[in-house]
Design a protein around this ligand. Structure first.
Ligand SMILES: Nc1ncnc2c1ncn2[C@@H]1O[C@H](COP(=O)(O)OP(=O)(O)OP(=O)(O)O)[C@@H](O)[C@H]1O
Ligand SMILES: [Mg+2]
Length: 287
């Protein structure tokens, strides 16, 4: 069931979200890492690689990944670390397909066996899948956080369960999700149009987000930023059209609290219309 259905008591949820997201103060790498055995080595590895110098706060810990605010030479970094996948649902092996990272026969067998090797393989696949999408969307000019490893991240992702990207927000706090942002009517209209356009640009690339709602859209300085990509599907997924329809449904439903009155059908039509008419705006690659 999509999270879009879960926000009946918006105010209570907002309070909870604020509490949960409150940065926990600046903490040095060495002070974090208690408990989660998988996290410590990741911080150490990233520090060794010179990618991060300080982990500042834990932003959010979900059932699949924990996102940290970190600092590095490139400024503020969001560090998304996939947890021990033994605790994770295997939803991605069902209707979603396996994201865009195509797995080898050996990986498929390991996943089917669901032993520790399968779990590790699946974890690599999720990181690789999220990175691949992030790079593709960034290069295509979509509103996503800039990926901060690469341009060929694949050696790296094979050896670490983390995705690094530009942190959206400032020193003090992350950008709010659209699910919890308070918007004026004009801002709500703008956020809705931007969310439709981002979905249409994705559709134009032959991709479907697969978990598209205000819960995976950040709001920062008047702009919408799309996040959370491990479950993105492409044309090889036979359920692509129904996933697109479901995303349209979740988006419209989750925007109701901002006063937007659209439904699955009208949202889908508008996304398809935009996908036919929008002009590509790829980002220029620096030499
Ligand atoms: N680049 C970023 N900049 C700032 N905050 C971010 C960034 N990426 C993620 N976050 C924060 O971390 C949260 C979790 O990120 P994301 O949705 O990618 O992970 P998730 O584990 O799939 O979470 P969920 O299960 O809640 O969807 C986001 O809702 C957002 O608040
Ligand atoms: Mg998410």
């Amino acid at each position: 069931m999509s999270r879009a259905f879960e926000h009946e008591d918006a105010d209570a949820e907002q309070k909870l979200a604020r509490k949960r997201r409150k940065p926990q103060g600046k903490r040095k790498l060495a002070d974090l890492g208690s408990g989660a055995e998988t996290v410590d080595p990741v911080f150490a590895q990233l520090e060794m690689l010179g990618v991060i110098t300080e982990v500042m706060a834990e932003i959010k810990s979900g059932k699949e990944a924990t996102v940290y605010q970190a600092r590095g030479d490139q400024g503020l970094i969001a560090l998304k670390i996939y947890r021990d996948v033994a605790a994770r649902s295997f939803k991605n092996t069902g209707q979603y397909g396996l994201g865009l990272a195509r797995s080898s026969d050996a990986v498929n067998k390991a996943i089917a066996a669901r032993g520790s090797r399968g779990a590790a393989a699946l974890q690599d696949l999720w990181v690789a899948s999220e990175y691949m999408v992030l790079w593709q969307l960034w290069n295509a000019g979509l509103p996503v956080p800039e990926p901060l490893i690469g341009p060929e991240p694949f050696d790296y992702v094979q050896s670490s369960p983390a995705v690094l990207m530009r942190f959206i927000g400032d020193e003090n706090a992350p950008a709010p999700r659209l699910s919890e942002a308070r918007l004026s009517p004009d801002e709500a209209q703008s956020a809705w149009r931007q969310s439709l356009e981002a979905m249409a640009r994705l559709h134009k690339l032959g991709l479907v987000h697969g978990d598209y709602s205000t819960y995976n859209l950040l709001w920062w300085e008047g702009s919408v930023m799309m996040i959370d990509f491990p479950q993105v599907s492409d044309k090889t997924n036979p359920n692509l059209q129904s996933l697109l329809r479901r995303d349209a449904h979740s988006l419209a439903l989750s925007f109701k609290r901002h006063g937007i009155r659209e439904d699955e059908e009208s949202t889908l039509r508008e996304v398809e219309r935009l996908a036919r008419t929008l002009v590509d705006r790829p980002r220029l690659r620096l030499p």
